[in-house]
Design a binder for this molecule. Sequence first.
Ligand code: MSP
Length: 502
Amino acid sequence: MPRYYVTTPIYYVKDAPHVGHAYTTVNADALARWHRLVGDEVFFLTGTDEHGQKVARAAEEQGMAPLEWTDQMAPRFAEAWAGLDVANDDFIRTTEPRHREAVQRFLSAIYENGFIYKDTYRGLYCVGCERYYAADELLEGGRCPDHQTPLEELEEENYFFRLSAFEDRLVAWYEADPTAVAPESKRNEALSFIKGGLRDISITRTSIDWGVRVPWDDEHVFYVWYDALINYVTAIGYGEDPERFAEWWPAVHHLIGKEIIRFHCVWWPAMCMAAGIDPPAHVQVHGWLLLGGAKMSNSSVNRITPASLAEEYGVDPLRYHLLRDIPLGSDGEFSAEGITARYNADLANNLGNLLSRVATVVGSKCGGTGPAPDPASRLAAVAAEVVADTAAGWDASRPDLGLEATWRLIRETNAELEAAEPWKAEPGPAVDAVLGSALEALRIVAVLASPALPATTREIWRRIGLDGLPEEQRLPAAAAWCGYPGGLPVEKGAPLFPRRKD
Ligand code: MSP
């Protein structure tokens, strides 16, 4: 059985989860759900990044010990994701013993392989980014290009990772698999950075002790990024359960925002090579959710939490908007108007309307019992195309294209009903055929849309009288025409998506 291992970045616990974090997590969840649907064995990992100066300072500001504080913050992420119907298989915290042990094993392997050495480092550090900057990377006045804040001058004895030794191997890796980093523009960006020459990087600190201790030198803790990246192998048993590790690695799909390309597309593959394991198979880079043209961040969205949006619009409409309107790889403006427009067009007018008119007419013309589909319906061919196009979208890590394809079946079924007008016709075989085919289309849509709309598709499934759950079906068999058996009770129920006026 094919395996699909998908990860999100592990989020800093400094701030509460915001919609930008939800964007990545919901996309990863939907991709995981799609792969479960096609029968892959799936492992979906997310979690929290809890070490480093940023977190230590935030805890200090609260008058708390770092762990006490992260113990309070980490569950907020887990709860936010549960609230969005995110079904991750594991939630990793970098403060867990399993992670500390994996980091120490992984970095000891790199040390023993001769790619770590000690030196003195003096440089300009941005606590917000948790990294050093070279002078030519800074804005005027020596400010951080991301945070626009002044940098701190630090001088320390550090251990260094010999990143410079991996230039050729990284280029060879990129050339051997042109799809390893997607989209192509981001691949090219990472590759040209590598070709521009790589400097060794400082990977330990002595000035803070909130981190994983360097096993061969107690004075040092590992730098937060170095510790964090290793989470991806900790969770699948690196150095602890070799059989499990071999099952899941390197066939991983890392989903990341574009600001952390360098860490995932340069450092991380080099770290893997240095530790003697394969680099990750796939890094999928996505763009940003923007608010008024700027990257959405905690300072800009303190009131727009995922939970408040879910309460306002519903969990599934929020998920649908994130998946459908901001294609993976591009930036997208986030706005209330955008969610509402998508909600009214696709959910209220198309999907909700289809279910409600079919259930109403089955009630009035078929005594509430759903008829079987017409094997010769025009919609059978449409459905076959839609299934193929939907799969192509999801397989290309483009939920927006997958959903766009699925919605074609909804629109065509609505059009078919409008042409046949079964609500005006006498009950009989012709009406049964039209309604049975519309029910069959709804059944197929429920399966295909289940990765995006888990709760809604369960409700559709139940209302058209089917047993089990749409997400328990397996494609492609579950999308074959005439899967709806007929003779099932169809329930009208309240509108799934009442039209919004805002
Ligand atoms: N802790 C590091 C990642 C370590 S991974 C080994 C980190 N954490 S973070 O909390 O800052 O989260 C960054 C990730 O959150 C981004 O890469 C992206 O996936 C997501 N997003 C944060 N803001 C976002 C937007 N405005 N838009 C889209 N995604 C955003 O970096």
